[in-house]
Design a binder for this molecule. Structure first.
Ligand code: MTE
Ligand code: MO
Length: 237
């Protein structure tokens, strides 16, 4: 169970800004059956603009497992750590998509697991080589099927943190919704049950405790927890 109330933008506000009604949310909730029918369809073609964005992605070189620096990844959390029971967890995919859905943690674990060893870089002056394991965000995007106008992706977290990413970085083959760190299940402090992990973005773009991923055509006034306090939006590495 998610113990903290969501802060940051409310779901209603997000829907207002993105010009969506609540109706698309009601279509979610059929997660498990929907997913088991669709796991085989991840390679289904996306719309053409998504396909060409995916082809433009170049993988970032990875490190060997021997390079992992287990003690160097510092916990960086702006507020309290949510304690989320994975059995109660669900991830909502919504916004301007053909197939809004909710996925349980068990659903996510049925999807292909990708593991990578990359460097995490925090703008506060530290970095760590970490192994992350999880689901490629592009696989979730392929399930939800964004409509052609979608250009940005919003991530809402259980601690009230929020982020927005460009679609290209979200489709990068090494952008993961991770549930493992250094070969172990993610700890609560590191964002369990599900967090962003990617070698193409700075640390503050990598939301922990992600509960909702929303696809939109335009950026909204709230762009990200740190961005709205002056940090650069793209946050590329
Ligand atoms: N939900 C949430 N995600 C977050 C943060 C946060 O405070 N809340 N901090 C960010 C920052 S600044 C960094 S560097 C990384 C740190 O991840 P770690 O605590 O697992 O090392 O998480 C990012 N994701
Ligand atoms: Mo950070």
């Amino acid at each position: 169970m998610i113990m903290l109330p969501q802060r940051g933008f409310s779901r209603r506000k997000l829907l207002q800004w993105s010009g969506l009604s609540g109706a698309s949310l009601l279509l979610g909730g059929c997660g498990t059956n929907l997913l088991s029918n669709q796991v085989g369809q991840i390679s289904e073609p996306l719309n053409q603009s998504l396909e060409s964005l995916m082809l433009s992605q170049r993988p970032v070189p990875e490190y060997p497992v021997s390079a992992i620096e287990p003690d160097k990844l510092l916990i960086n959390t702006f507020d309290l750590t949510p304690q989320i029971d994975p059995a109660q967890f669900s991830l909502t995919l919504d916004g301007d998509v053909n197939r809004p859905m909710q996925l349980s943690f068990a659903d996510l674990q049925k999807l292909p697991l990708t593991s990578m060893v990359i460097q995490h870089v925090c703008v506060e002056g530290w970095a760590a080589i970490v192994q992350w394991g999880g689901v490629r965000l592009r696989d979730l995007i392929a399930l939800a099927q964004p409509k052609p106008g979608v250009r940005y992706v919003y991530f809402q977290s259980a601690d009230g943190y929020y982020e927005s990413w460009d679609l290209a970085s979200s489709l990068h083959p090494q952008t993961l919704m991770a549930y493992q760190k250094n070969g172990q299940p993610l700890s609560a402090e590191n964002g369990a049950p599900l967090r962003l992990a990617s070698p193409v973005k700075l640390g503050y773009k990598q939301s922990k405790w992600v509960t909702q991923i929303t696809f939109v055509n335009q950026l909204m006034p709230m762009k990200g927890y740190w961005e709205d306090q002056g940090y650069e939006w793209f946050g590329g590495l």
